[in-house]
Design a protein around this ligand. Structure first.
Ligand code: PLP
Length: 384
């Protein structure tokens, strides 16, 4: 029997946590509509409200400030397209200027629209706080979106500092915290964000469910992004995805319990990077010296293009990713690496290895063995 594959693409999606699977299955058998007032409806609502409390607890928020969505993409679109009101105790529902960093996920760029101002980053992938300050001071109050951690490089931003700048300039800050849970603590108050958003499948929950969490009970979407029956306190119409929501809640609880996971990931990641450097001293680990998630290594090796490497890894039973997630199955040049001013060979060769709490060293070993074979082929090709 062929050995199991090594799944090293946890930033793209994570395996369903057993507790999340159990919660999804139980919710599938929950008959009621959470909006119904009879016993069946109340049972469904109780499941949903438990999940709401669990998601809030994961990020140090309040259950009443959680709005369930179909994922982070919908959350970002709702925040920008419906607008926010009541942030920081003020009503800033009016026409806030959209402003996003240059390394945001495609969902955030699309949500903010083509007129959004783009905040630059430095060559390590850190958002330029001075540029943000100057951009905010130069115009009307803005709705600013920045990431907690980048899905490609793993670089973690100093959100509290950015939040102070945004608030000093009368704006509101939303944080794409999708890559945080399971890898680093996420506390909405410590971050100083007005709202954060999450996607369940990035931390052991099912796909197609996520949430916006507002920091303040006065804050909300200025209008329903999806109109309907008034669900989610009038902010998101449509009968709720109860199995997804229950699964997200269970995953949130499991992540909170797995406190030692980041420590284990750091050890594996560091050992992987030191073995990588020994195997290929000319390899470049992107943003090596920036604050990074404990689970992400983005690297490139001269003479090994990402497209070729991805296929070679796959044939060797190793699932990794090129820098950018590729919805069409094609590897696109990464806008993140472009914004950081990375070399062309790095953009052409960036491979992302992202691990999770269940990753074992033998999976990384398998990845390194595949890389060793690819390096041998590179040497042969250059000798020919
Ligand atoms: N933001 C970040 C940082 C992500 O990594 C992703 C998914 O790749 C998203 C947003 C979008 O999440 P979803 O596709 O689950 O809506």
């Amino acid at each position: 029997m062929a050995a199991a594959r090594a799944y090293l693409d946890w930033n793209a999606t994570t395996p369903l946590h057993p507790a999340a699977r159990a919660a999804v299955m139980a919710a599938l058998d929950c008959l009621g509509n959470p909006s119904s007032i009879h016993a069946e409806g109340r049972a469904a609502r109780a499941l949903m409200e438990q999940a709401r409390a669990d998601v809030a607890a994961l990020v140090g928020g309040e259950a009443e400030n959680v709005v369930f969505t179909s994922g982070a993409t919908e959350a970002a679109n709702a925040l920008f397209r419906a607008g926010v009101s009541g942030c920081c105790g003020k009503d800033i529902a009016g026409d806030l200027r959209p402003m996003v960093s240059a390394i945001e996920h495609a969902a955030v760029f699309a949500a903010a629209g083509p007129d959004a101002a783009i905040i630059p980053v430095d060559d390590r992938g850190i958002i330029d706080a001075d540029a943000l300050d100057a951009m905010l001071a130069a115009g009307a109050p803005a709705l600013v979106a920045v990431q907690l951690a980048n899905n490609e490089t793993g670089v973690v931003q100093d959100i509290p500092a950015l939040a102070r700048i945004v608030h000093d300039n009368g704006g509101a800050l939303v944080v794409d915290a999708v890559q945080g849970p399971g890898k680093m603590p996420v506390d909405i108050r410590a971050l100083g964000a007005d709202a954060i958003f999450l996607s369940a499948h990035k931390f052991g929950g099912p796909k197609g469910v996520g949430a916006i969490v507002f920091a303040d009970s006065r804050a909300r979407l200025a209008r329903a992004f999806i109109g309907g029956g008034g669900q989610e306190r009038g902010q998101r119409g449509g009968t709720e995805n109860l199995p997804g929501i229950a699964g997200m809640g269970a995953a949130a609880r499991a992540v909170r319990a797995a406190r030692e996971a980041p420590e284990k990931m750091i050890q594996l990641r560091d050992e992987f990077e030191s073995r990588l450097n020994r195997l290929a001293p000319d390899a470049r680990v992107v943003s090596e010296n920036a604050p990074r998630l404990p689970n992400t290594t983005l690297f490139a090796i001269p003479g090994i293009p990402a497209e070729k490497a991805l296929i070679a890894f796959d044939l060797d039973g190793v699932a990794v990713s090129s820098g950018s997630a590729c919805s069409s199955g094609k590897v696109r040049a990464s806008h993140v690496l472009a914004a950081m001013g990375e070399h062309d060979w790095v953009k052409a060769g960036a491979i992302r290895v992202s691990i999770g709490e269940a990753t074992e060293w033998n999976e990384l070993e398998r990845c390194l063995s595949s890389l060793e074979r690819q390096l041998a082929r590179r040497s042969k090709a250059s000798a020919a």
